[in-house]
Design a protein around this ligand. Structure first.
Ligand code: ATP
Length: 346
């Protein structure tokens, strides 16, 4: 059984001028011990999806569908059960730890809090555990007495990771955990996350706009565009051999981590992502797509199987597509069509 199973998850924000469909019909599975990367440009709905997993969205967000964590639907849990699940079954590392940590409380109090709230330790045990957790994330135990402002950005992010680990969750959701850090520190924090999830057998959902970082960290990738998953599959395959023109453009925009030989000139995507309140008709990507066909302007394509354990929502992947991809940029690698619709997106 999947540790996490999403079925047709949609999130709509109610705003004064109407409704913002930020996430639309996302279905994904995450096996225990697996790492899933969710990629996409700013505004594609990644953070909204991540926050929806533990019902951390503001009140003006309406979430529908199914979010099964260990078989239990997060969306229908009562508050008591939801509180028990947060931190203990699944925890979140937010982007920008400087905003997520309370500036007037010592590190020790903040890391100990989930342990105490969940009754998983006495105050004395929690103090000892905080020291151990800090050492696990590469900080000296005496840092427990520090306030957040006494730490660097990288150290604060390590504290966030220690908090996320405190109650030994089975799943960590990391939303752009290194975006605010400089490149060297970024690499260290990524290496730390990688080693901790392997050591503790924790599943990971990592959100980033950087496909190369996700490919280096995750077993599988899901690429989001305008609130939908447009491609999913094993991360190396999606990164090196994307089937959806949007994933292809994203993968071309970032060099492969740690492999200078593979550096390609970033091919910036033209245009901007659509405003979710005014989505284009048909495939949301068609106005920016280098290989759009006339039908893409009025027909939204569902996710199709695009190879072993892969899916893509593109007319060029659809089985009955008889049009060649054409001379459009980069689609030489477009998939050979296969003949079955995807039952689920991964
Ligand atoms: N509280 C909110 N109220 C209304 N609209 C929102 C709210 N939060 C996000 N949105 C909208 O939902 C869409 C998805 O935003 P989201 O932050 O999930 O995207 P993202 O891919 O995580 O982007 P980023 O990488 O910039 O965080 C955007 O159009 C955004 O403007």
């Amino acid at each position: 059984m999947s540790l996490l199973r999403l079925r047709d998850v949609a999130v709509t924000y109610r705003v004064a001028s109407g409704e913002v469909p930020a996430v639309r019909g996302v279905s994904l599975d995450l096996a225990a011990g697996q790492a899933l990367g969710v990629a996409g440009e700013s505004g594609s709905g990644k953070s909204t999806l991540a926050m929806a997993l533990l019902r951390l969205l503001p009140r003006d967000a309406r979430v529908t569908g199914e979010i099964l964590l260990d078989g239990e639907d997060v969306l229908t849990m009562n508050w008591g059960r939801l509180r028990a699940v947060r931190w203990a079954s699944a925890s979140v590392v937010f982007q920008g730890a400087q905003h997520a940590l309370n500036p007037v409380r010592r590190i020790e109090q903040q890391i100990a809090e989930p342990l105490l709230v969940h009754g998983m330790a006495t105050p004395a045990e929690a103090r000892r555990k905080v020291g151990e957790l800090l050492e696990q994330v590469g900080l000296p135990a005496w840092r427990a007495r520090s306030y957040p402002h006494e730490l660097s950005g990288g150290q604060r992010q390590r504290v966030m990771i220690a908090m996320a680990l405190a109650c030994s969750p089975r799943l960590i959701i990391a939303d752009e955990p290194t975006t605010a850090l400089d490149v060297m520190i970024q690499a260290q924090v990524l290496a730390l996350i990688r080693s901790l999830i392997a050591e503790h057998d924790i599943s990971l959902i990592m959100i980033s706009h950087d496909l190369s970082v996700l490919a280096s960290m995750c077993d599988r990738l899901a690429v989001m565009y305008a609130g939908r998953v447009v491609e999913s599959g094993p991360s190396g395959e999606v990164f090196r051999d994307a089937r959806h023109p949007y994933s292809l453009a994203l993968s071309a925009a970032f060099p492969t981590v740690g492999d200078p030989a593979s550096r390609r000139a970033p091919k910036g995507l033209g245009g901007d992502p659509p405003d979710p309140m005014h989505l284009p008709t048909g495939c949301s990507f068609h106005p920016r797509c280098p290989v759009a066909l006339p039908e893409c302007a009025f027909q939204e394509v569902e996710l199709w199987a695009a190879g072993e354990s892969r899916t893509a929502a593109c007319v060029h992947v659809r089985p009955e597509s008889v049009q060649p991809a054409g001379p459009g940029e980069g689609l030489e690698k477009q998939s050979v069509p296969v003949a079955r619709p995807a039952e689920e997106s991964q």
